[in-house]
Design a protein around this ligand. Sequence first.
Ligand code: CTP
Ligand code: MN
Ligand code: MN
Ligand code: MN
Length: 371
Amino acid sequence: ARCSTPTPVARVSQYACQRRTTTENNNKILTDAFEVLAESYELNQLEGPCLAFRRAASVLKSLPWAVQCLGATQGLPCLGEHTKALIEEILQYGHSFEVEKILSDERYQTLKLFTSVFGVGPKTAEKWYRRGLRSFSDILAEPSIQLNRMQQSGFLHYGDISRAVSKAEARALGNIIDEAVHAITPDGILALTGGFRRGKEFGHDVDFIVTTPEQGKEETLLPNIIDRLKEQGILLYSDYQTSTFDISKLPSHKFEAMDHFAKCFLILRLEGSLVDRGLNSTEGDSRGWRAVRVDLVSPPMERYAYALLGWTGSRQFERDLRRFARLEQHMLLDNHALYDKTKKEFLAATTERDIFAHLGLEYIEPWQRNA
Ligand code: CTP
Ligand code: MN
Ligand code: MN
Ligand code: MN
């Protein structure tokens, strides 16, 4: 098929942090396919090919036009032979045989089902699969399986927390957390982060940064918030991790490693009319609440900008910020700090703009970070 290649735009960078990616995706058919492959590799714990497909998807997400022929992808970074063959197949037939095969694969389906439970990662899912377990009832009926507290809550609230959280629900939770923070410390600071800060309409959870300008006071902030939510009767689950932050440590180059700020992973009970009860009608309940996943992270104020940048995402954007820092600037970036290896010094920042400037990057707005 012939098709005109779009008028050459500026070169597309191989780094997501040098691209502007809104929530509008002009190549969803292609990126959905790439993400199935990425997911499949991830479930099989093959990091390299998984990342390759995530990068390819991310490049196509940034395009202001839809790819309509293979020729149009000429000059785009991060597209290998495999991705190009997929693009060609999907453009021609509307779907990919390889993707369909994965989607109907029992192992893929089962691992995806198991990892959809809060607290279950690829390793646990794999272990259960190898023991012949194929469904939730298989797992729950297996006496030798000891679910941890997180997984128990994951199963208990499965229906609610696997349902997308809306912007309105995120706003309502913001009000609850905001009220708690300010009741504890009037000068407390609350910021929405994660996918909702990037302008997404729906999320799998709601992420907030909470802190206070008073040095050291952020350490007690989360335990106090948790106590308050408990008193209000809306705390369904809480996993609190104290800070292990060490200012002298160099930034970690390993992206998947957790940061060292105090944080908590919560499940909250959200009351009120915002809840879409239509989807629950088969359960025949008219309860006016739903369970929602909420993440809170509490960095010291002087690290606020780094924490905000690190928790705003997307994951692909974060990966590429770090990769860009390391490979292009000889710097180390993580959620806590930026270290210049040439000057052998840490670079302070009070805003995200400061960090982009340190990195020699044009500022990218949060809603342009949906890489
Ligand atoms: N993050 C992190 N350390 C963690 C958990 C999350 O640095 N322990 C960062 C991730 O890199 C991501 C951001 O926090 O950029 C938000 O993570 P998450 O809530 O998983 O993803 P979202 O982008 O918010 O997407 P969703 O709408 O699915 O929640
Ligand atoms: Mn999130
Ligand atoms: Mn997540
Ligand atoms: Mn989160």
